[in-house]
Design a protein around this ligand. Structure first.
Ligand code: PSU
Ligand code: MN
Length: 315
């Protein structure tokens, strides 16, 4: 390796040359958010879903210190199955590269890298946010602060329901991150359809999202992300009673086992997957696949529009 610059997968370079729409995908969800070996299968399904909907997937992560936009299948397999893959937020990227680490990028790191690579649309499951108990622990995901300064569209099913959803929405407002519901004015709650809060804006089609991207580029005002919050249909959500029970247990275990910091989110997700005997896992997978499909359609719609890199910083 001669330097630490971003490496591009061949398929991404080709897509860029041909003017094809790209969708950024994160790798923390693969390495830390889903159990082995389902995670590898799901990572491949996510990429295939993006392709099936007309766009080119660019999964982002770090291999031996190389920050890669558009991991190939071997690299995805490595991040899915290897031991000791680090969870990388934005602050970790340079240190991890210098240390030649293998790492999976969070929503924060993935959006920052995607924006640097001029990819305007990103799909994930649920954002990080303000944790319950944050008034004591100060645990607020770096996802929020990063989205405030990162010009990208993030398609997600709201924020993870393990969080304090109301506090997270307040922080998103303070930080100036735009939030729109997809087909709804209720903010989704990840595993559950309705997160319990109203939001101001609703967008109903990929073209409408593309209009927002264009409007923001034309205006040249404001540099933060647009969150497109895409709820699961109610008949596909995790049973809300099961959800609440599982969450209460998980939060108790968290306190008892003194789990803190970046381990909190992976711990709670795996608690859900184990104690619902895979029901939450199936729901989580549906969430990601639906979001990937929508992100691809948004990328296609915004490539068809006059300003394909609508969110790129004004010259
Ligand atoms: N969405 C999922 N599963 C995940 C995540 C999102 O369906 O595992 C990851 C994302 O990478 C997100 C991270 O950035 O969880 C949040 O971690 P923390 O709360 O430590 O910031
Ligand atoms: Mn945290």
């Amino acid at each position: 390796m001669t330097d630490f610059a971003i490496r591009y997968g061949e398929h991404v370079t080709r897509a860029r040359r041909d003017g094809r729409p790209l969708v950024a995908l994160e790798s923390t969800i693969i390495s830390h958010g889903l159990p082995h070996p389902d995670n590898l299968r799901v990572a491949r399904e996510i990429e295939q879903t993006v392709r099936d909907n007309g766009a080119v997937p660019a999964t982002i992560g770090m291999i031996g210190g190389e920050l890669v936009v558009g991991l190939d299948d071997d690299q995805i397999q490595h991040l899915a199955l290897a031991e000791g893959v680090a969870k990388l937020s934005v602050r970790d990227l340079a240190v991890a590269a210098a240390r030649r680490a293998d790492g999976a990028t969070t929503v924060a790191a993935t959006s920052a890298v995607a924006a640097a690579a001029e990819i305007g649309v990103f799909a994930t499951g649920g954002l990080g946010g303000v944790h319950r108990e944050a008034s004591v622990t100060f645990d607020e995901s770096a996802d929020l602060g990063t989205l405030a300064r990162t010009p990208i569209v993030v398609v997600c099913a709201g924020v993870k329901s393990i969080l304090d959803v109301g506090a997270t929405l307040e922080r998103l407002e303070t930080l100036g991150v735009a939030v729109a519901g997809y087909g709804t004015k209720r903010f989704p709650g990840f595993f559950i359809t309705d997160g319990g809060f109203d939001i101001d804006w609703q967008l109903d089609s990929p073209d409408q999202v593309a209009d927002v991207i264009r409007a923001r580029a034309d205006q040249g005002v404001g540099a933060g992300a647009l969150i497109v919050a895409n709820p699961l249909p109610t008949d596909e959500q995790l049973d809300p009673a099961l959800h609440d029970r599982t969450l209460a247990e998980g939060l108790e275990l968290l306190a008892k086992e003194h789990i803190t910091g970046k381990a909190v989110t992976p711990f709670l997700l795996s608690h859900f997957h184990e104690s619902t005997e895979g029901q939450s896992l199936a729901v989580n997978v549906r969430i990601i696949l639906r979001n990937s499909a929508l992100a691809a359609r948004i990328a296609v719609a915004s490539t068809a529009a006059p300003a394909p890199l609508g969110f790129a910083a004004p010259a």
